[in-house]
Design a protein around this ligand. Sequence first.
Ligand SMILES: CC(C)(COP(=O)(O)OP(=O)(O)OC[C@H]1O[C@@H](n2cnc3c(N)ncnc32)[C@H](O)[C@@H]1OP(=O)(O)O)[C@@H](O)C(=O)NCCC(=O)NCCS
Length: 136
Amino acid sequence: MKNVVTTGFRRVKPADIQHAQLRERANPEMQAAHTELFVATKGSEQVGLLSLDFPPLPQPLELYEVFVVSERRCQGIGAFLLEQAEMVGRRRGYRSIQLKPHPLDPEQRQEHLVEWYSRHGYSRSSSAPDFMSKIL
Ligand SMILES: CC(C)(COP(=O)(O)OP(=O)(O)OC[C@H]1O[C@@H](n2cnc3c(N)ncnc32)[C@H](O)[C@@H]1OP(=O)(O)O)[C@@H](O)C(=O)NCCC(=O)NCCS
Protein backbone atom coordinates (compact mmCIF):
# COMPACT_ATOMS: atom_id res chain seq x y z
CA MET A 1 0.00 0.00 0.00
CA LYS A 2 1.20 3.54 -0.79
CA ASN A 3 2.46 5.42 2.26
CA VAL A 4 0.63 8.76 2.24
CA VAL A 5 2.18 11.43 4.48
CA THR A 6 -0.39 14.12 5.25
CA THR A 7 0.61 17.71 5.81
CA GLY A 8 0.60 18.91 9.41
CA PHE A 9 0.26 22.46 10.62
CA ARG A 10 1.18 24.01 13.96
CA ARG A 11 2.12 27.25 15.61
CA VAL A 12 5.81 27.57 16.50
CA LYS A 13 8.25 29.91 18.17
CA PRO A 14 11.33 30.99 16.16
CA ALA A 15 13.49 28.63 18.28
CA ASP A 16 11.39 25.61 17.10
CA ILE A 17 12.27 26.16 13.45
CA GLN A 18 14.81 23.62 12.27
CA HIS A 19 15.05 23.91 8.48
CA ALA A 20 17.79 26.40 7.54
CA GLN A 21 15.70 28.02 4.75
CA LEU A 22 12.79 28.54 7.14
CA ARG A 23 15.00 29.76 9.99
CA GLU A 24 16.35 32.44 7.72
CA ARG A 25 12.79 33.58 6.89
CA ALA A 26 11.74 33.62 10.57
CA ASN A 27 14.22 36.33 11.50
CA PRO A 28 12.56 38.30 14.36
CA GLU A 29 13.62 41.61 12.79
CA MET A 30 11.37 40.81 9.83
CA GLN A 31 8.26 40.49 11.96
CA ALA A 32 5.65 43.04 12.91
CA ALA A 33 4.01 43.72 16.27
CA HIS A 34 1.38 40.95 16.38
CA THR A 35 3.14 38.30 14.32
CA GLU A 36 2.69 34.56 14.87
CA LEU A 37 4.60 31.83 13.07
CA PHE A 38 3.27 28.49 11.84
CA VAL A 39 4.94 25.59 10.06
CA ALA A 40 3.67 22.96 7.64
CA THR A 41 5.16 19.52 8.27
CA LYS A 42 5.47 16.25 6.38
CA GLY A 43 6.21 13.66 9.04
CA SER A 44 9.04 15.16 11.09
CA GLU A 45 10.19 17.40 8.23
CA GLN A 46 9.36 21.14 8.32
CA VAL A 47 8.40 22.04 4.76
CA GLY A 48 6.83 25.49 4.89
CA LEU A 49 6.48 28.62 6.98
CA LEU A 50 3.52 30.94 7.41
CA SER A 51 3.83 34.25 9.15
CA LEU A 52 0.58 36.00 10.06
CA ASP A 53 0.10 39.38 11.64
CA PHE A 54 -3.02 39.82 13.77
CA PRO A 55 -3.85 43.53 14.03
CA PRO A 56 -6.81 44.59 16.19
CA LEU A 57 -10.22 43.95 14.61
CA PRO A 58 -11.83 45.19 12.39
CA GLN A 59 -8.56 45.51 10.47
CA PRO A 60 -7.81 42.70 8.01
CA LEU A 61 -5.59 39.77 8.88
CA GLU A 62 -2.15 40.30 7.31
CA LEU A 63 -0.50 37.42 5.51
CA TYR A 64 3.01 38.56 6.16
CA GLU A 65 4.85 35.69 4.55
CA VAL A 66 4.30 32.26 3.02
CA PHE A 67 7.39 30.23 2.18
CA VAL A 68 7.84 26.63 1.05
CA VAL A 69 11.32 25.06 1.14
CA SER A 70 12.69 24.93 -2.40
CA GLU A 71 12.85 21.12 -2.65
CA ARG A 72 9.16 20.80 -1.69
CA ARG A 73 7.54 23.36 -4.01
CA CYS A 74 4.75 22.49 -6.49
CA GLN A 75 3.30 19.83 -4.22
CA GLY A 76 0.35 21.86 -2.97
CA ILE A 77 2.02 22.93 0.30
CA GLY A 78 1.72 26.65 -0.51
CA ALA A 79 -1.99 26.21 -1.25
CA PHE A 80 -2.38 24.28 2.02
CA LEU A 81 -0.72 27.14 3.96
CA LEU A 82 -3.06 29.70 2.35
CA GLU A 83 -6.08 27.59 3.37
CA GLN A 84 -4.77 27.30 6.92
CA ALA A 85 -4.16 31.07 7.11
CA GLU A 86 -7.74 31.70 6.03
CA MET A 87 -9.09 29.17 8.53
CA VAL A 88 -7.11 30.69 11.42
CA GLY A 89 -8.33 34.15 10.39
CA ARG A 90 -11.99 33.10 10.29
CA ARG A 91 -11.68 31.40 13.66
CA ARG A 92 -10.35 34.60 15.20
CA GLY A 93 -13.12 36.74 13.73
CA TYR A 94 -11.33 38.40 10.81
CA ARG A 95 -13.54 39.34 7.85
CA SER A 96 -10.74 39.60 5.30
CA ILE A 97 -7.09 38.76 4.71
CA GLN A 98 -4.59 40.89 2.82
CA LEU A 99 -1.03 40.60 1.57
CA LYS A 100 1.53 42.39 -0.51
CA PRO A 101 2.76 40.01 -3.23
CA HIS A 102 6.52 40.17 -3.30
CA PRO A 103 8.77 37.31 -4.46
CA LEU A 104 11.18 36.23 -1.72
CA ASP A 105 13.07 34.01 -4.11
CA PRO A 106 15.05 35.50 -7.04
CA GLU A 107 13.78 32.69 -9.30
CA GLN A 108 10.17 33.64 -8.74
CA ARG A 109 8.49 36.25 -10.94
CA GLN A 110 6.13 38.84 -9.50
CA GLU A 111 3.46 38.17 -12.20
CA HIS A 112 3.55 34.46 -11.48
CA LEU A 113 3.06 35.10 -7.77
CA VAL A 114 0.14 37.47 -8.46
CA GLU A 115 -1.45 34.81 -10.72
CA TRP A 116 -0.94 32.19 -8.03
CA TYR A 117 -2.74 34.30 -5.44
CA SER A 118 -5.48 35.17 -7.98
CA ARG A 119 -6.11 31.46 -8.57
CA HIS A 120 -6.67 31.18 -4.82
CA GLY A 121 -9.31 33.92 -4.78
CA TYR A 122 -7.19 37.00 -3.98
CA SER A 123 -7.70 40.21 -5.93
CA ARG A 124 -5.99 43.56 -6.22
CA SER A 125 -7.33 46.10 -3.79
CA SER A 126 -8.68 49.26 -5.49
CA SER A 127 -7.80 51.46 -2.50
CA ALA A 128 -4.25 50.05 -2.15
CA PRO A 129 -3.08 48.65 -5.51
CA ASP A 130 0.11 47.11 -4.04
CA PHE A 131 -2.04 44.79 -1.94
CA MET A 132 -4.21 41.77 -2.71
CA SER A 133 -7.05 40.70 -0.46
CA LYS A 134 -9.76 38.09 -0.01
CA ILE A 135 -13.01 38.07 1.95
CA LEU A 136 -13.04 35.34 4.60
C1 LIG B 1 4.85 31.00 -3.57
C2 LIG B 1 5.09 29.65 -2.87
C3 LIG B 1 4.78 29.80 -1.38
C4 LIG B 1 4.16 28.59 -3.50
O1 LIG B 1 4.33 27.37 -2.78
P1 LIG B 1 4.09 25.94 -3.47
O2 LIG B 1 4.06 24.93 -2.39
O3 LIG B 1 5.05 25.73 -4.57
O4 LIG B 1 2.63 26.19 -4.04
P2 LIG B 1 1.63 25.11 -4.69
O5 LIG B 1 2.31 23.81 -4.79
O6 LIG B 1 0.38 25.19 -3.93
O7 LIG B 1 1.39 25.77 -6.09
C5 LIG B 1 2.46 25.93 -6.99
C6 LIG B 1 2.22 25.14 -8.26
O8 LIG B 1 2.28 23.77 -8.03
C7 LIG B 1 1.20 23.11 -8.71
N1 LIG B 1 0.76 22.02 -7.85
C8 LIG B 1 0.01 22.13 -6.74
N2 LIG B 1 -0.19 20.93 -6.17
C9 LIG B 1 0.47 20.04 -6.93
C10 LIG B 1 0.67 18.64 -6.85
N3 LIG B 1 0.13 17.92 -5.86
N4 LIG B 1 1.44 18.06 -7.79
C11 LIG B 1 2.00 18.79 -8.77
N5 LIG B 1 1.85 20.12 -8.91
C12 LIG B 1 1.10 20.73 -8.00
C13 LIG B 1 0.13 24.12 -8.88
O9 LIG B 1 -0.54 23.94 -10.10
C14 LIG B 1 0.88 25.41 -8.85
O10 LIG B 1 1.11 25.84 -10.15
P3 LIG B 1 1.00 27.38 -10.45
O11 LIG B 1 2.13 28.04 -9.72
O12 LIG B 1 1.12 27.45 -11.91
O13 LIG B 1 -0.32 27.77 -9.88
C15 LIG B 1 6.54 29.14 -3.09
O14 LIG B 1 6.86 29.19 -4.46
C16 LIG B 1 7.60 29.89 -2.29
O15 LIG B 1 7.86 29.57 -1.15
N6 LIG B 1 8.22 30.92 -2.93
C17 LIG B 1 9.26 31.69 -2.29
C18 LIG B 1 8.68 32.57 -1.21
C19 LIG B 1 7.79 33.67 -1.77
O16 LIG B 1 8.17 34.36 -2.69
N7 LIG B 1 6.64 33.83 -1.12
C20 LIG B 1 5.65 34.82 -1.48
C21 LIG B 1 5.58 35.91 -0.47
S1 LIG B 1 4.37 37.15 -0.94
